[in-house]
Write a protein that binds this ligand. Sequence first.
Ligand SMILES: [Zn+2]
Length: 319
Amino acid sequence: MNESMESRAIGIDLGGTNIKAAAVTGKGTIVAKIEWPTEADKGADHVIKRMQEMARTVVANAGWQWSDVCGLGIGLPGFLDHEAGVVEQLVNLHWRNVPILDIMKKDLGIPVYFDNDANAAAIGEAWVGGGQGFEHVVAVTIGTGIGGGIIIDGRIHRGANGMCGEIGHLVMYPQQGRRCNCGKIGCLETISSATAILQSAVEALAAGVPTRLAEIPIDQLTTKDVVDLAKSGDPLANEIIKRAMETLGFALSYIGNTLNPQRFVIGGGVSKAGAILFDLIQKGFEDAALSRVVEACKIVPATLGNDAGVIGAAKLAIF
Ligand SMILES: [Zn+2]
């Protein structure tokens, strides 16, 4: 295949605060990348126009011709109707029933695809990130919540109505613990997300548990502080991180026994803490998963960072 025949696509990662757009080659390399504020308060029409302008800008920045581009993919934070090509709902952006694919195709004159942002990130990581080279990959992102994307036989699985991979809402301890945004009690993300780790620390401080976390003004306390103090041996911080990560590993045992993946790829800010977290996740996983499932599977860090979304979105347009 010569250079001119290699696929060239645009990937867009739409977030509530910022939009990222990248020009991505058929090998998964980013040639140009831009990030603009979403300006979500100006409405869906405005945001869509912005994405169109960003697509043209990033192609120009890459030094490509528009006619070289095989298509565009978008990752969006919400519920999508894949058959109709319609965004059903983006809660953070206050969108409802937006026929985004038709609007974008009409303006840009190229094929346009979409998926939810967790699936786009999973596709990126499975393509050229922590899951590269494997057909059965589960990507997990630990952030404000816990997101997931599931790739089986090299293909993303969306399920009956796009809910496949919502692992943050696996109820780990029914009717115990905090109420989740979804309405249930005891969801994984109320225990193991960055938000939950910070909340556990704040609650323990309020209860007067002795810890070096008390040396940090409570309104400045971050999840990273809890992780850092756990690394330096603070007993409370250690206990919070241990429970959060072993419970995540326990959740992975359910997914492992069900899907028998080759890789769990763990991303998000918390995953940057390294071995301390991965050892705990591995322990929770090994304690509960079948031994043959454990043997076939490695739990590894995501490698694409914030670029996973745009790379995976671009892959939607590359076949
Ligand atoms: Zn939930």
